[in-house]
Design a protein around this ligand. Structure first.
Ligand code: CA
Ligand code: CA
Ligand code: CA
Length: 227
């Protein structure tokens, strides 16, 4: 009888089936484990990426205001504010801004100097500081590539020699506008739509070469608003 059982192919088939089934089930479990682990890692990666993204006010479809945009793009001291005392001026540094002309110095005006007052009652600058090189006052921000922003600024013409001065607005060293200020008893706001590029974005204001005589237009309140 034992001899017959050993030779019974039916039993052998059952053993084969159990072993094969166990193998297939095992393979299934191994595959599930791999997929679960992989999916888990992927969700973790997405979570980590999202945690580092500042979605900001665009999440609800509302454009950011100037203050929110300034924070998001790193615009520092759009108002050219310094501790220049009222009624005075000086050449020096203005936080957040650089000048390619005038040996790097920027001409800061205190509230009320020569009768000029900014709309916000703060300090402002005269673009044409000296005759030493073309005054080109710039700041660097980080606009989102392909996103549009409203770039606005306030300007006034200095009466007398500089009353007819114009100035150029540049974005990434490309002239995007040439402005001829018309008001010299108050500041006027101009707004231009610009678009961000990959990496840092340089925004600047440059005097006209033919008008480089150390007196010129006045600037204040540079703002960016994401559209
Ligand atoms: Ca100011
Ligand atoms: Ca100059
Ligand atoms: Ca000038």
């Amino acid at each position: 009888m034992n001899d017959g059982f050993i030779r019974d192919e039916t039993g052998a088939t059952t053993v084969d089936w159990v072993v094969l089934s166990a193998g297939v089930v095992g393979l299934g479990i191994a595959t599930s484990a791999a997929v679960i682990t992989g999916t888990g890692d992927l969700s973790g990666d997405i979570r980590d990426v999202l945690a580092g993204v500042s979605i900001g006010a665009r999440f609800d479809g509302e454009p950011m205001d100037a203050e929110q945009t300034a924070l998001a793009v790193g615009l520092t001291n759009g108002g050219f504010d310094t501790d220049q005392p009222a009624g005075t001026w000086s050449l020096g540094d203005v936080e957040g801004w650089a000048n390619e002309g005038s040996n790097g110095m920027i001409e800061s005006w205190g509230e009320g100097f020569l009768g000029y007052s900014s709309n916000g009652g703060s300090t402002f600058i005269e673009l044409d500081a000296t005759r030493a090189g073309l005054d080109y006052v710039t700041t660097t921000v980080d606009l989102e590539a392909g996103t549009q922003y409203a770039l606005s600024f306030e300007h006034a013409a200095r009466s007398g020699q500089g009353v007819n001065d114009q100035f150029e607005v540049l974005v990434n060293d490309q002239v995007v506008a040439v402005i001829a200020p018309q008001t010299h008893d108050s500041f006027t706001t101009t707004t231009i739509i610009i678009e961000g590029i990959e990496g840092a974005d340089r925004i600047g204001f440059r005097e006209m070469e033919a008008q480089d005589n150390s007196v010129g237009i006045l600037l204040d309140s540079v703002q960016l608003v994401e559209q």
